[in-house]
Design a protein around this ligand. Structure first.
Ligand code: DOR
Length: 424
C-alpha cells in the first residue's frame, strides 16, 4: 500500500528543517521525502497549505478504562486522540482497578492493539492501589511494557517510598511522571487561591501546594539520578525551579497543559465545573511565566491531562464536581492560537513540544519525519479557523471550558503506521 501526502510543508524536528515536499509512505514507514514525486499511489492526501508534522504524542491522558467506561473507554479515547492529531498517547493509571500490576497493563495494551487506532502506552502506578503505602508490582509492569511510572491524580507523600520508586525507575530505565500536590496542604481547595476566587467564595489551592512537591521531587531526582518528568505545571515558580534544576544538570523535564497557558481564574464565569481541574487555573502572572518558559524551552512538553467526566458528574457545581477537563481534541488548535500565532513558539517548537520531546522522554523511535522511520504523521492546517463545539468531540467527555471559543488550526488527517485513521 503506497500513500502519498502531496504539497505540504514537512516539519522535521529531528534536524529542525522545514521543507516543501511530498511524503511517500510504504508498509507503515516513510519511504521518500522529496518535492513533486511522480508515483502511482494507492491513496493520495492533498496537504496544500498544510504542515506535515510528526504525529502528536500526548504524555498525559485519562482513558477511564477499566472501571469508568461510562466516562471514556480505550476505544473512544483513541478515537478522540486520532481526531486531535495524536498518534501515541500515554494512559494514566488512576482507573478502577488502579493499574498497579501487569494484568491491568496487558488489558489496556491488548484492547489498544485489537483496535489498531493510535498507539496507547499504559503507565504504571507507583504504589499499590495508589494508596501511597507500598510499592506496586513495578517489575512485572515493566515486563508488560509500561513507558513510565506515575501516581497521577495524587502525590506519593512518603518521600522515602518515592525515592525507592525512583531508584527502580533508574534500574529499569523509565521516567517517573510526577503529579505534584501536597495532599496535606490542599485541604478542601477547588480553585486557585486568589482574590477573585475568594470573592466567589470558593476555597483555594495555593501555588505552594504544587511548588513544595516540585522542589522535593527535583531533589529526589538529584539524589537518585532518575529521569523526572513534572506533569501539568501551572505556577510561575515551577518554571523557575525547572530552570534551576536543568542548570544543575538534574534530569528533569516538564509539561504544560493548554488550559494552563490559555485561561486564568478570572475567566471562570461562575459556578461552572467545566473550569475545574487540578492543578487549577492560576493568575495572569503564572500564565505569562508558563508561556515564557515554553518559549525559552525551559518547559519541554505540551500535554493535555485529558480527563473526561459525564455531564451529570460535572453538573453539580464547582465545590462538588470532580476535577478535570477533556483536552485531546482542542490541544493542537489552542497551541496554534495561543502560542504559535501570537509569536511565543515557532511551528518547529510546537512539533518539538507535542511530538519530538515526548518521544525522547519516553524513549520512543518517533517524533520525526524522516525516511525509514514509522509513518506516524499529522496533516495540520494552521490557517483554518473555527469555533470549538463539544458536540463535535469524539470523546465521551464534553467537559471543556472552551465551548464557543474561536480558534485557528485544524487537524486534516492523522496517520498511524501508514494507515489513515482520521481524515477531515
Ligand atoms: O484535573 C484533573 N483530573 N487532574 C488530575 O490530576 C486528575 C484528573 C482526573 O483523573 O480526572
Amino acid at each position: 500500500m503506497l500513500l502519498l501526502i502531496q504539497n505540504g510543508t514537512v516539519v522535521n524536528p529531528g534536524d529542525r528543517t522545514e521543507l516543501k515536499a511530498d511524503v511517500l509512505v510504504e508498509d507503515g514507514k516513510i519511504k521518500k521525502i522529496a518535492p513533486k514525486q511522480k508515483v502511482k499511489a494507492d491513496r493520495v492526501i492533498d496537504a496544500s497549505d498544510c504542515y506535515v508534522m510528526p504525529g502528536f504524542i500526548d504524555m498525559h491522558v485519562h482513558l477511564r478504562d477499566p472501571g469508568m467506561e461510562h466516562k471514556e473507554t480505550v476505544e473512544t479515547g483513541a478515537k478522540a486522540a486520532a481526531h486531535g492529531g495524536f498518534t501515541t498517547i500515554v494512559a494514566m493509571p488512576n482507573t478502577k482497578p488502579v493499574v498497579d500490576n501487569s494484568d491491568v497493563v496487558n488489558y489496556v495494551h491488548n484492547k489498544a492493539k485489537d483496535m489498531r487506532l493510535v498507539h496507547i502506552l499504559q503507565a504504571g502506578a507507583v504504589t499499590r492501589g495508589q494508596r501511597g503505602e507500598e510499592l506496586a508490582d513495578i517489575e512485572s509492569m515493566v515486563e508488560a511494557g509500561i513507558p513510565g511510572l506515575s501516581e497521577d491524580g495524587k502525590t506519593v507523600m512518603n518521600a522515602q517510598l518515592y525515592r525507592e520508586a525512583m531508584t527502580l525507575a533508574v534500574k529499569y530505565d523509565i521516567p517517573v511522571l510526577s503529579h505534584c500536590e501536597d495532599s496535606n496542604m490542599v485541604q478542601n481547595g477547588v480553585v486557585n487561591a486568589d482574590e477573585v476566587m475568594e470573592k466567589m467564595r470558593f476555597p483555594g489551592i495555593s501555588n505552594s501546594v504544587e511548588d513544595v512537591i516540585i522542589a522535593r521531587d527535583i531533589m529526589l531526582a538529584k539524589d537518585t539520578k532518575a529521569a523526572l518528568h513534572l506533569c501539568h505545571c501551572s505556577t510561575k515558580d515551577s518554571v523557575r525551579l525547572v530552570e534551576l534544576a536543568k542548570q544543575e544538570g538534574i534530569r528533569v523535564t516538564a509539561e504544560v497543559c493548554p488550559h494552563h497557558f490559555t485561561l486564568t481564574s478570572e475567566d471562570i464565569p461562575g459556578d461552572d465545573a467545566n473550569f475545574k481541574m487540578n492543578p487549577p487555573l492560576r493568575t495572569k502572572e503564572d500564565v505569562e511565566a508558563l508561556k515564557q518558559g515554553l518559549k525559552a524551552d525551559i518547559m519541554d512538553v505540551i500535554a493535555t491531562d485529558h480527563a473526561p467526566h459525564t455531564a451529570i458528574d460535572k453538573g453539580v457545581g464547582i465545590k462538588k464536581a470532580p476535577f478535570g477537563i477533556v483536552g485531546l481534541e482542542t490541544a493542537a488548535a489552542l497551541t496554534m492560537t495561543e502560542l504559535v500565532d501570537t509569536g511565543y513558539l515557532t511551528i518547529m517548537q510546537m512539533a518539538e513540544k507535542m511530538s519530538y520531546n515526548p518521544a525522547r522522554i519516553l524513549g520512543l523511535d518517533k517524533g520525526v519525519v524522516e525516511e525509514g522511520k514509522p509513518a506516524d504523521l499529522v496533516v495540520f492546517n494552521a490557517e483554518k479557523q473555527y469555533v470549538i463545539d463539544p458536540a463535535d468531540f469524539w470523546s465521551k467527555g464534553r467537559n471543556t471550558p472552551f465551548a464557543g471559543k474561536k480558534v485557528k488550526g485544524m487537524v486534516m488527517a492523522t496517520i498511524v503506521d501508514g494507515r489513515v485513521i482520521y481524515e477531515k
